[in-house]
Ligand binder design. Structure first.
Ligand code: ATP
Ligand code: MG
Length: 345
């Protein structure tokens, strides 16, 4: 369907992630929601909350009363039960509502999802988006980052997310399955390892995933430590100052080998004369790109291949959503079906 010039259109760029979902609009709205939906465990929860559904950080805060559903896991849409798909729909509905579409306005959105979901869950995702937007397109998140950063040719995007690390080789065309690789070692993987490492190193330490994640987000690094990292924790219930430096370094470094090996394999996709250009055009995105020293360590481990250069996106939270919005703004929705899978129109 051709959009009439007079019709008001709300364009959305959405990055549906395992941990968090970012949304941006052509009216400069930006929102970030934890990708989790909670349903009261029983009637008491319904009574206390006065609702049958809680979305985002509030669901995490009130998790004692709720069964939590995370729509994405290991880079794909979870489909174990109807509730999983219902949760995905509720989350996306909330995200669209946050951007405040005006009554009667046409809502057109591009939704970036982890590369694996873009390749294997497109039908389900479009089914969910149908009815939430007038036109929606699903594309892979690392491609959206590439588009937003204008790295469309001779570049490799490395999106270090919570569920997966997605790599995407940009060779001047829309990347297909052959240009994308997912490694099952995102931030959640590091959190699990860090939790165990800290427990093993300090008998009686009170530790869980959420705490391990918070420590990693505050202090995460790879390579030489420039200072010891000491954090206040509890051992056998008593306050203690705990040196977490080595545990952080060792667990954060577990992702580097896979990233480097994947880059080496991806380089072979480029014509030989372009390989050194791609090597000098590596882009780190996703929340995990904030791990200090990651870019430098990747560069160092690729030195046998030439001069590697890693740059970081400015805004790891919104690089995917901004790229999606940029594409939505530059290409009229009636042409989206030339780029990816579309519903509506
Ligand atoms: N400062 C930081 N240092 C290290 N890791 C961080 C930091 N900030 C966020 N992270 C991690 O980044 C991950 C979230 O990144 P992001 O929002 O890109 O993931 P996502 O898009 O939800 O996941 P995916 O792309 O796998 O679906 C989490 O594991 C989080 O702990
Ligand atoms: Mg992501």
């Amino acid at each position: 369907m051709i959009t009439k010039k007079t019709e008001r259109v709300l364009l959305l760029g959405i990055d549906l992630g395992t941990a968090r979902t970012a949304v941006t609009s052509n009216r400069q709205f930006r929102g970030l929601v934890h990708s989790v939906v909670g349903y009261p465990k029983d009637i008491i929860g319904v009574k206390i909350l006065n609702r049958t559904q809680v979305i985002g950080s509030e669901a995490i805060e009130k998790r004692a009363l709720l069964d939590l559903y995370h729509p994405l896991q290991d880079g794909v849409l979870k489909e174990a039960s109807d509730r999983d798909l219902e949760a995905a729909r509720a989350l996306l509905k909330q995200v669209v509502a946050l951007a405040e579409p005006a009554p009667g306005e046409r809502v057109c959105g591009i939704v970036g999802v982890p590369a694996r979901a873009a390749l294997s869950n497109t039908g389900q995702l479009l089914g969910i988006l149908d009815g939430l937007m007038d036109i929606a397109m699903v594309v892979s998140a690392p491609f959206m980052v590439a588009y937003g950063q204008n790295r469309l040719h001779n570049a490799i995007i490395i999106d270090v997310g919570a569920g997966t690390i997605d790599l995407c080789a940009m060779r001047g065309t829309i990347p297909g399955p052959e240009s994308q690789v997912s490694v099952f070692k995102g931030g959640h993987y590091i959190d699990g390892l860090l939790e165990s490492a800290l427990r093993d190193a300090h008998a009686g330490l009170h530790m869980d995933r959420y705490l391990a994640q918070a420590i990693k987000e505050r202090h995460g690094f790879v390579g030489e430590a420039d200072r010891r990292v000491i954090v206040p924790l509890r051992i056998h219930g008593k306050p203690a100052e705990v040196d977490v430096t080595d545990s952080i370094r060792i667990t954060c470094e577990t992702i580097v080998g896979d990233i480097v090996e994947s880059i080496k394999r991806m380089l072979l996709l480029f014509d030989p004369e372009n390989q050194s250009l791609a090597l000098a055009n590596l882009v780190l995105a996703g929340g995990g790109s904030r791990i200090r020293g990651l870019g430098a360590m990747i560069e160092a481990q690729l030195k046998d291949y030439g001069q590697a250069r890693v740059s970081l996106v400015d805004d790891a939270d919104f690089a995917g959503a901004e790229g999606a919005l940029k594409l939505a703004t530059e290409l009229p929705p009636e042409y989206w079906d030339q780029i990816g899978a579309v519903v509506g129109g």
